[in-house]
Design a binder for this molecule. Sequence first.
Ligand code: LLP
Length: 422
Amino acid sequence: MNSELTIPTLGYGTAGLQIEGVPLAEIASRFGTPVFVYSLGAMTAAFNAYRNALTRHKAQVFYAVKANANLGVLSAFARMGSGFDIVSGGELTRVIAAGGHASKVVFSGVGKSSQEMRQALDAGIRCFNVESRSELERLNRVAGETCKAAPIALRVNPDVDPKTHPYISTGLRNNKFGVAFNEALALYRLAASLPNVKVSGIACHIGSQLVDSAPIVEAAEKLLGLVNQLSAEGMALDHIDLGGGLGIRYQDETPPDTADYLAPVLRVFEGRHEELCFEPGRSLIGNAGLLLTRIEYLKPGAEKSFAIVDAAMNDLARPALYDAYHEVVAVTPRDDKPQRYEIVGPICESGDFLAHDRALAVREGDLLALLSAGAYGMTMSSNYNTRPRAAEVIVNGDQLHLVRAREPIESLFALESLLPET
Ligand code: LLP
């Protein structure tokens, strides 16, 4: 296996690039392209890295469903013992459909509707991560109507700089997320006085794609200060939720491995009784997945040459949205001299690019793999240009499981109708 490739179970064999025991060319010919391919072995290894790092403290992992919500993926994590971090009623429905237990679900997000609160209360979730006074008051009301007590944590905003892309940093004072740190104590006092909520924990999530432990350690220390103040007032918490955020290597980033990232955080809470909760998404699935696409056309140009592939920004939005980098590798190595290409899709927008200026020895009809696409790939995809969403496949050893079929075109407008004739 090639150590340069970010997916641990990916490497070149006699039939070109293969994931676990299966050549990507075989996956393309069986299921067509574009197709997302995930390695169960890589997912399991990523989950076990958390499990092994957390053996010495009471702890629970809540996989962040938004990273990849496929039922096959969710069922795999549920069987590994994961809980789930959700941000909508839709994600809760998926978790239950995938065999997850509501008692291992935490509900994050700044805009929970009353309907979503009712759904989560009926299901019996573990905790609502409440993000504002208004939400707390609404949850108390909704819980009262359903005659249930809602378990809550306040998501506090510790005001630390996670030093990541501005679109995915969430723990700064000027972000929309969480309760301001200096308002949290007053809000906890309010929560303790409300009849239909039960104070259960504290939560934070400072950002995503963190490549260093320092910001999360700073956040953990701030949280601990607040936890001590709360317990001095008789509010004992049963858990402390530190969110997700551990980054992965897309290009030349050097994030700590899971154990090294968590070790200094665990040190902050040494000897504490509260359960420690984590909500990782990207670090569990990002480097377990790739997007497999076929080159339709090579279009040489005076200044730039284009490799026009059958995947596009609707399948993988991250490059267009964040200027994100995904490694692009040829599935079948060739001895031809590499040329530099813009990797672009068929969508009618100049923003429809997947990668810039990559040296590749490829021909029309060849397959390319866009790596590190397991997280925030499929979940952020769309049907723009009436393009059916890609299929999804999980590889387990030499077994292939189609966990989402390619969408039939008719399904894209099945809910639409013509105007009546006048
Ligand atoms: N918990 C909460 C409350 C979150 O908002 C997030 C991610 C997570 C956990 C999981 O974070 P992770 O471990 O995956 O970093 N679409 C962007 C990423 C957005 C992340 C949003 N929140 C991207 O493609 O990079």
